[in-house]
Design a protein around this ligand. Structure first.
Ligand SMILES: Cc1cc2nc3c(=O)[nH]c(=O)nc-3n(C[C@H](O)[C@H](O)[C@H](O)COP(=O)(O)O)c2cc1C
Length: 183
């Protein structure tokens, strides 16, 4: 791949859930994306990535635990109701967690490694023709989502990534120019 082709792939990745709702995302494709996430740099080689796939009825289960947690947290009934059906909008949602480290610094570095890995995953998904949408875990829902996913206790849920075959790519939001400070 040339640098120009890589740049084009990076620029073409969009946060989008405009997908073919009837076309499943094969598990082996998702497993491949997870494997590529783990090629990101990782200080001390702690391998902090945790992955769980919500598909089929699992999407409703994910929505239920999140909606219940949001209700307990005090979110409005409208937001709670929306959350219950949220994960039915795409054929799959990949949950990515970052395991706690043995110190606050290591936990922060784990999260950096997981975020770097998520970008690998998003770019690879884009190359496959998949739309991806990185959503944050709602406040108060981290631990119930981690438990539903079977993640290690103390895991930070870094991303809920909606996945589906892209039918359209939105216009890219304008980026400010990168400013390089010289020291
Ligand atoms: C850590 C993180 C959390 C995000 N959480 C959300 C979210 O909860 N809801 C949302 O609409 N977008 C979320 N996004 C996606 C951003 O809104 C999106 O990347 C941004 O609008 C730029 O669009 P682009 O990715 O298409 O370039 C998140 C992105 C990151 C990196």
């Amino acid at each position: 791949m040339s640098p120009e082709e890589l740049a084009a792939l990076i620029r073409s990745r969009r946060t989008s859930m405009v997908v073919d709702a009837d076309r499943a995302v094969p598990r082996d494709v998702v497993e491949h994306l997870c494997e590529l996430a783990m090629w990101a740099p990782n200080h001390k080689r702690t391998w902090p990535w945790q992955f769980a796939l919500a598909e089929g009825d699992g999407r409703a289960r994910l929505g239920e635990v999140i909606a219940d947690a949001m209700e307990a947290y005090g979110d409005s009934p409208e937001k709670v109701l929306k959350a219950r059906g949220k994960y039915l909008r795409t054929p799959a949602t990949l949950v990515v967690g970052s395991a706690a480290g043995d110190s606050a610094d290591r936990t922060a570095e784990n999260r950096d490694a997981v975020a770097a890995g998520i970008q690998n995953l998003l770019l690879a998904a884009t190359a496959h023709g998949l739309a991806t949408y990185w959503g944050s875990c709602p406040k108060g829902a981290n631990d119930v989502v981690a438990a539903l996913c079977g993640f290690e206790p103390g895991t930070h849920v870094a991303a809920l990534i909606y996945l589906g075959w892209a039918t359209h790519s939105p216009e890219p939001p304008a980026r400010p120019p990168a400013h390089l400070h010289i020291i």
